[in-house]
Ligand binder design. Structure first.
Ligand code: MG
Length: 258
């Protein structure tokens, strides 16, 4: 009898623990939803389009210009201009593939204020830690000023920038590290919300997903455009998938819950 009760308790406990992570995998649009007409990577249009198809979040990249302004773009050098060596005025004159001007972070956040999708802000790794600290402080202040603190999460390949976000963003703001070279327990000690690693890292370390969940952390994987990888991550209960193919991922998530 006693054994049966213990067995039942163990079963209930494992069902509960499993239930905690049975939450549906969420879609993060990589650089917005840009593989669609009139869009472009990291454009205001891509952000609005990610929102319009109901993505959980839209990811984008941020640089600090030589004159201390924050702008949104992926490439360190774009149309021949190296963003961290250029002024904000030079960056604003650059056109994206859809004809939009390269947005400033302020313009990007103003657009976000009219939408609902969450924002996954990547600070690119800069030449010096001082630039990264200035960028992090500027970002955190601007996000606060614009009342978006509860909708923004931070990511970076730079350890320095990741730790600066943990230190300077309001307590509880999710901060994820991108570089794939730190195990869950250490990320927990950094104060991170979890790893946001290339899918190949989780393929090599599938046990890290479960370990993160045990530690109370979440898991995001980038940049997942193949159906097979999406299905693998959903099966392994990844919390977020970052993709250039948000419509495909939405279909696959829907199928997986039938
Ligand atoms: Mg990025």
């Amino acid at each position: 009898m006693r054994t049966n009760i213990l067995l039942l308790a163990a079963l209930l406990l494992s069902a509960f623990a499993g239930g905690l992570h049975a939450q549906q995998t969420q879609v993060v649009a990589h650089r917005g939803f840009w593989q669609t007409p009139s869009s472009a990577q990291n454009s205001l249009a891509a952000l609005a389009k990610a929102d319009s198809i109901g993505c959980y979040a839209s990811e984008f990249d941020v640089w600090l210009t030589a004159d201390g302004q924050l702008v949104v773009n992926h490439d360190g050098t774009f149309r021949g201009v190296t963003v961290q060596d250029a002024t904000a005025a030079v960056c604003a004159a650059i056109r994206l593939d859809n004809g939009e001007a390269m947005p400033t972070l302020r313009q990007y956040l103003q657009k976000a204020q009219t939408l609902h999708t969450r924002l996954v802000l990547e600070l690119k790794a800069h030449r010096t830690p001082e630039q990264e600290t200035r960028a992090v402080q500027g970002i955190v202040d601007m996000v606060k000023e614009m009342g978006l603190e509860k909708r923004v999460e931070y990511i970076s390949f730079s350890r320095h920038a990741t730790l600066a976000f943990v230190r300077l963003a309001p307590k509880g703001t999710p901060v994820y590290y991108l570089n794939g070279d730190v195990a869950p327990q250490e990320l927990k000690e950094w104060g991170c919300a979890g790893p946001d690693y290339h899918v190949s890292v989780f393929r090599r370390h599938p046990e890290w997903i479960e370990e993160c969940h045990r530690l109370g952390m979440k898991v995001n994987a980038w940049t997942v455009d193949k159906a097979e990888d999406m299905e693998w991550l959903i099966r392994h209960q990844a919390d977020f998938i970052t993709t250039n193919q948000p419509v495909l991922l939405q279909q696959i998530i829907k199928e997986s819950h039938k």
